[in-house]
Design a protein around this ligand. Structure first.
Ligand code: ADP
Length: 256
């Protein structure tokens, strides 16, 4: 059994409220280093909020979160963010990289500049060195010929590959993918899924929110099924797809 210490991500008793809406309830989850966790479940079940809580785009209301060895605890009536907490949040953000459904590229920058931006502004790298590194990531994404293209001229699949290159450039320990193929036409999804497969094969710890069940079955070490802000199932894909839980059976029959 892997203890929290060996986990890339360890979550205990995490809850999240937005004003009156209680969106996550008492979430416990461990993600071993190098594992791929696929988060599935009906719309509104809290998958995105959980992902955003892991890199602290959302501040959990209660619970404890350990990401790459940095631990933060949250309490509802807690004080304003302390300097120690702010430093821990910065550490967590440096250890994680998020890829969004809507790509979130800088529209006024070329593909190359998008990938280099974090290297220059966050990692303080000189522009020429950042561009060399960004170019090698674009090469890994088979996008060298698009280095000087602006996002508006790229296909959805190309935009998402630029966004993935930008995330990889930060050398994260953990990558968070929020429905990375949902905005893409079916024929463009496979190019992004094959990039995700590659990254997983390289040993990256990944959490992926997706509705791509075949992909989940193929790539996941652990499938997490969420419903109404709770984890209803967490386990290997075989057990998930063979589950006789009526809620999971209903979900799968609607989506497959
Ligand atoms: P999923 O990713 O499973 O579709 P989300 O995490 O996006 O679910 O949303 C879970 C619930 O939290 C939904 O009911 C949604 O309306 C609510 N929610 C998400 N973000 C906010 C917010 N910023 N303010 C209020 N409610 C929110």
């Amino acid at each position: 059994m892997t203890g929290p210490a060996e986990c890339a991500v360890s979550i205990r008793g995490l809850s999240k409220r937005f004003d009156t809406a209680h969106v996550l309830h008492d979430i416990d989850l461990d993600v071993a280093a190098g594992h791929v966790v696929v988060l599935v479940g009906p719309s509104g079940s809290g998958k995105t909020t959980l992902l955003r809580s892991i890199n602290l785009l959302e501040r959990p209301t209660t619970g404890r979160l350990t990401v790459g060895g940095t631990t933060l605890s949250f309490a509802p009536a807690g004080p304003a963010i302390t300097r120690t907490e702010a430093a821990a949040i910065r550490e967590v953000r440096l250890k994680t990289a998020m890829v969004f459904q809507a790509f979130n590229l800088f529209p006024h920058m070329t593909a190359l500049a998008n990938v280099a931006e974090g290297l220059i502004s966050v990692k303080q790298m000189a522009k020429p060195a950042a561009h060399v590194q960004a170019m090698s990531l674009l090469q890994r994404m088979s996008l060298v010929d698009k280095a000087n293209a602006f996002p508006a001229t790229l296909s959805g699949g190309q935009k998402q590959r630029v966004a993935i290159a930008r995330a990889l450039a930060m050398r994260p320990q953990i990558m968070l993918f929020d429905e990375p193929t949902s905005a893409l036409d079916p024929e463009l999804r496979s190019e992004v899924l094959s990039v995700l497969r590659d990254i997983a094969a390289g040993g990256m710890t990944m959490l992926v929110v997706t509705h791509e069940m075949a992909f989940a079955r193929e790539i996941a070490d652990q499938v997490v099924f969420m419903e109404a802000g709770r984890i209803r199932f967490a386990g290997p894909p075989d057990a998930f797809f063979r589950s006789d839980d009526p809620r999971i059976v209903r979900f799968l029959s609607a989506i497959l």
